[in-house]
Design a protein around this ligand. Sequence first.
Ligand SMILES: [Zn+2]
Length: 237
Amino acid sequence: MIKKSVSHSIHASIDGLLNLVFPEYCGACNKSLSKGEKVICISCRFKLPKTNYHLVADNTLVRLFWGKTKVNAATSYYHFGKGEKVQNLIHNLKYHQRTDIGQLIGELLAFQIMSTDLFSGIDIVIPVPLHESRLRQRGFNQCDSIADGLSKELGVPSGSGLLRRIAATTTQTKKQRHERHLNMEGVFQSKDVICLQGKHVLLVDDVITTGATLVACAEEILKSKGAQVSICAIACA
Ligand SMILES: [Zn+2]
């Protein structure tokens, strides 16, 4: 078990290193990038399915959280489809340490967010945390780079570490929707309730499916007096 996780993280480190030295493959279609192209090729930038949810107040994603937690605004950059290029994009970020993908989408999300009033007054960006054991295994949190891109362009701090994942959760794909929400209660803990008082927090995830993780994070943040939560992600299913 330990051996497997060590070899996995060595593998991930080598991949990460190679991508630092040779970052010339499109994160979505894996084809070589042409001169002037960065991270995602021009063809993919045009063709990948954008949601444009940042322009719609009660979009599908916002509705996902209705009755579960209070969310000011929510958007994802892309629609997620299994076996499609957006899935490959997330896979490259998560398992091949292509943090340049997270950074880029974070910046693109920031430009969208700044172009609308729906997300006004964001004070801090917080990436959904990984449990310590998962962090050790993977070597990095894939949401940190998205938060970095957002933080840079929005001009607000990234509060990576302000939220802690205190319980490791098992795979949830076979559980019913309701069970999944129950299973997430008490999974996250805010490290500094005072510091988030009165703040508008932008929670950042890679892919949103049931939204259970984000509901649990939001509920924890909303324990801080006067705090507000908005949500963004690379993709949503
Ligand atoms: Zn491409």
